[in-house]
Design a protein around this ligand. Structure first.
Ligand code: SF4
Length: 440
């Protein structure tokens, strides 16, 4: 079985070269148009984020389905929405017309709106998705990662943890994503890849990594429900062994994560002593390295076949010396582990620089000699806004400039109206002025 190269996904969190954010469109990889679908009206319950039991309960509670038929109806709806990817109840041909009409009155299967989609020359696809007004998240599909291709999904809008190397850490937390909003990211990628119904083989999307915006363990209920849905064999059917949850180190939640999801574990480590980790991953002040390592050793199901992945971003003159490589070996002793070395790619505003290539190679050689797989990952999707959070930030900047223009337009309209009020009878200003033609 191919091992998931989750560090490729991690690259989207730690940032890519800032120049990509400012390249002119003609040298960007092509951005393709997708039909924009409206967000679901809030009064309707979106069924896509409900577990099987939750779905049965919702059908019964709504009064639309009799309890004795709930299991059968839930199975039917489940397959249509999660195996076939349907968003329209009318296409569910094994459900009667009247029943479908009742479903439409109470429920929705609508996808969120895709604000932006970028496709890299290397096939990486990045989506900025609006779940609701002000609720925008990113997800990234990375081909040739894991068995076939991995989707890096977000679990929160923004983040509270302020890891200093992470672009998303600069965006304040808005809220947790619901399970439906996490599933929507998978659906959007599947729509785009044309992977409905769920293929039994030759999939393009084979792995899911919770390594996008946010700390998944601060949203464990919804992450856990989403994993139950994604891994269900009669739906999206991605095995739990191909689902990885990456945490910055919420030590007390690791056991619950393992027990509830059986997901693969990744740790955003980046330092081998508390002093440095306090700085790079401030959550370390709450759960220090010793507490974290104890929790990792106790992670349910950990074994040589289910190794923990440690992510280590290479920061010049910060954490990249041979002594730190040796300290890492000592720290991981006894833990079935793989270490992904991530060359840091700076984003606008960061003070960090990437380690030199020779420093990274020396670091990797020391780890390899100690028996740890420690691949050095090259960034993917370098020609798009690839750092996690970067696409959202750029989109917000664009919108801020639109707001400014509208404000200036409003001011000019007021000014125009006052001039108009004072014009002699029968005279008027040119239309272009009123229409904002003078506003640049
Ligand atoms: S927890 Fe994750 S998303 Fe949040 S700041 Fe740290 S690395 Fe970034």
């Amino acid at each position: 079985m191919a091992q998931l190269d989750i560090s490729q996904a991690f690259l989207y969190r730690v940032g890519q070269s800032p120049q990509f954010a400012f390249r002119k469109p003609h040298i960007l990889a092509h951005t393709l148009d997708l039909p924009v679908k409206s967000a679901a009206p809030s009064a309707l319950v979106n069924l896509t984020g409900l577990t099987r039991n939750g779905l049965m309960q919702a059908l019964v509670d709504s009064g639309v389905v009799e309890p004795r038929k709930a299991k059968m109806r839930a199975t039917q709806v489940w397959r249509w929405m999660h195996h076939y990817g349907f968003t329209d109840f009318d296409l569910m041909t094994d459900i009667g017309k009247e029943q479908r009409a009742l479903f439409k009155e109470k429920f929705t299967l609508a996808r969120p709106e895709i604000i932006e989609r970028q496709v890299s020359n290397d096939g990486t696809r990045k989506y900025l998705i609006r779940m609701a007004p002000g609720i925008e998240v990113e997800s990234v599909y990375i081909p040739s990662v894991g068995r076939a291709g991995a989707l890096c999904v977000s679990s929160q809008v923004g983040c509270t943890l302020n890891c200093t190397f992470c672009h998303t850490g600069t965006q304040k937390l808005v809220r947790n994503l619901t399970a439906a909003e996490i599933i929507a990211q998978v659906q959007v990628a599947r729509d785009d890849l044309g992977e409905w119904p769920s293929p039994s083989e030759d999939r393009q999307l084979s792995n899911i990594v919770f390594m996008g915006m946010g700390e998944p363990l601060y949203n464990l209920d919804n992450v856990s429900d989403a994993i139950d849905i994604i891994s269900d064999n009669e739906g999206i059917a991605i095995s739990r062994r191909r689902i990885t949850v990456s945490t910055s180190g919420v030590a007390p939640e690791l056991e619950a994560l393992g027990n509830r999801t059986q997901a693969m574990l990744a740790i955003s480590l980046h330092a081998t002593n508390d002093e440095l980790r306090d700085e790079i991953v401030p959550l370390n002040k709450k759960y220090n390295i010793e507490q974290l390592m104890d929790a990792i050793r106790a992670y349910p199901g950990i074994s040589n076949a289910r190794r923990v992945t440690f992510e280590y971003v290479m920061l010049k003159d910060v954490n990249d010396t041979p002594a730190e490589a040796r300290a890492l070996i000592r720290l991981l002793k006894g833990i079935p582990a793989k270490i992904n070395l991530i060359p840091f790619n700076p984003w606008p505003g960061t003070d960090y620089q990437c380690s030199s290539w020779s420093a990274i190679e020396t670091f990797a050689t020391i780890l390899n000699k100690a028996g740890y797989a420690s691949p050095i990952r090259t960034p993917r999707g370098r020609d798009i806004l690839a750092a996690c959070g970067q696409l959202k930030s750029e989109s917000e900047k664009k919108r801020a400039s639109v707001v400014l223009r509208e404000k200036r337009l409003g001011e000019q309209r007021e000014e125009t109206a006052s001039i108009q009020d004072n014009l002699p009878a029968g005279e008027s200003l040119p239309f272009a002025h009123l229409a904002g033609g003078m506003v640049d």
